[in-house]
Ligand binder design. Structure first.
Ligand code: MN
Length: 337
């Protein structure tokens, strides 16, 4: 996945973000409901995606710093070679197939049930195509995980997993919920995917007419993103109930032992969480760094065709150029909740 918008969205917002005071870490439970926004992804047909993270008031949840859903739609996806630094991309398809090629020589097709995990380290480039030349049904999540200091300067890697653990969570009412642990750990199950910070990414399905209590770690922060169906979450310390609809994210904060969720007609959600990330990050285009100068250097390296980003296997000269830098220095976007 790549971004057409370089984000933060405007210079004015950048300045506003830099001036606002915010706590270094979330200090308790929250029940902040945030909507996804539609953004253009580019390409010939201007494919649109729905972005749930980052949000103006919520740049990260644990090490998670980006969440796009592309679909459900019929499209011919052609995301040409583009670079990444400082992050892992997590691609989790629901419908359809995505062909991934990268500069460490990978050329794979991912589909439902298979995790595609790319670790950029200091630099990688990749392309993402739908399979075939026709429009096809496509629906998938792509998330980014910020890498910690002791990994972000390392080498690029790619891995794929079709052996992710599945767990059942006993119901308080109705049928048990089902979860597949994509990244990190949840409900005593651990994903085989390589993670560099304490984290969880899990798809959870709630059966129709059921109510379950999802176990949480009080020292981690969490969010739930609605994929499909109807869901209510008992999402505050005062026991108010929030309703999740498709594309909506509820940020739960920290210091919870569990969260109770229920669905009338059945629901599918994606749970994000982890240890609060220790650093403020600067995210611009497809780069995650810590300050303006790192981003400028990475942009320059991509624009000059530096070997830092390698060459995407089976591609010619096609590549996505970096957008222009903003007129102001890039600064970290901080939590405002
Ligand atoms: Mn990408």
């Amino acid at each position: 996945m790549t971004r057409l918008d370089a984000g933060p969205d405007t210079a004015a917002e950048l300045s506003a973000g830099a001036l606002r005071e915010a706590p270094a870490r979330c200090d308790g439970p929250r029940s902040l409901v945030l909507e996804s926004r539609e953004v253009p992804l580019g390409g010939v047909r201007g494919m649109a995606v729905h972005r749930a993270l980052p949000q103006r008031d919520l740049p990260m949840v644990g090490a998670w710093c980006f969440l796009d859903r592309f679909g459900p739609q019929r499209t011919r996806m052609r995301v040409e070679p583009h670079p990444h630094i400082g992050l892992q991309t997590v691609t989790w398809p629901f419908v359809g197939e995505v062909r991934h090629r990268d500069s460490v020589g990978s050329d794979v097709v991912v589909r439902r049930g298979v995790l595609n995990l790319m670790t950029s380290g200091l630099g990688i480039s990749h392309s993402e195509y739908s399979v075939g030349d026709d429009e096809v049904a496509l629906d998938a999540l792509q998330l980014w995980v910020a890498l910690p200091d002791d990994r972000r300067f390392g080498g690029p890697e790619f891995e794929r997993h079709d052996d992710l653990p599945e767990v059942a969570i006993a119901a308080e009412e109705g049928d048990a919920a089902w979860a597949i642990v994509v990244m990190g750990e949840f409900a005593d199950a651990v994903s085989p995917a390589t993670a560099y910070t304490p984290i969880v990414g899990a798809e959870v399905r709630i059966a129709p007419g059921s109510r379950v209590r999802l176990p949480l770690r009080p020292d981690w922060e969490y969010a739930l993103v609605a994929i499909d169906g109807d869901l209510t979450a008992d999402a505050s310390a005062e026991a108010s109930v929030v309703t999740l609809e498709r594309g909506r994210l509820v940020y739960l904060g920290i210091a919870r032992e569990s969260i109770e969720v229920a669905s009338a007609s059945g629901a599918s959600i994606f749970m994000l969480g982890g240890e609060p990330f220790p650093d403020d990050i600067v995210m611009w285009w497809n780069f995650v760094g810590r300050d303006h100068d790192e981003i400028v250097e990475a942009r320059q390296a991509w624009e000059s065709g530096s070997s830092r980003f390698g060459h995407v296997v089976d591609h010619g000269d096609e590549r996505i150029p970096a957008p222009p830098l903003p007129a102001v220095r890039l600064t970290p976007r901080r939590r405002r909740t």
